[in-house]
Design a protein around this ligand. Sequence first.
Ligand code: AMP
Ligand code: ZN
Length: 113
Amino acid sequence: MDCIFCQIVSGKIPSDIIYQDEEVIAFRDIKPQAPVHLIIIPRRHVPSLAHLSEADSALVGRMVEVANQLAKGEGLSQNGYRLAINCGEEGGQLVPHLHLHLLGGRRLSDTLG
Ligand code: AMP
Ligand code: ZN
């Protein structure tokens, strides 16, 4: 599998991992778009939001819970932050492994696209 995020999960390529458990891994984005820019992914290769089924609801909930905990740890709870998931080509998804962006540390754009 040549998925870059699967290679981060397996440790084949290095990354700045800041959290991991049985289901989820989080690491710093290599090209941060804000002072805090973290990526939260499932260990399992899920290509995109469009590939989730009802059985994955707990997994997505876990990703959001981890993101909220990391936001707290990064000191973002007070001033706020943004969680974003791009899906597919027109949604701006470049890496085809489901991921949640956690952005914060500055006033973010008022527009979403
Ligand atoms: P998206 O456009 O939603 O698919 O976002 C992919 C994100 O992954 C971008 O913000 C990239 O900067 C980030 N990214 C790509 N490769 C790596 C990597 N090796 N380590 C950390 N972040 C990465
Ligand atoms: Zn993958």
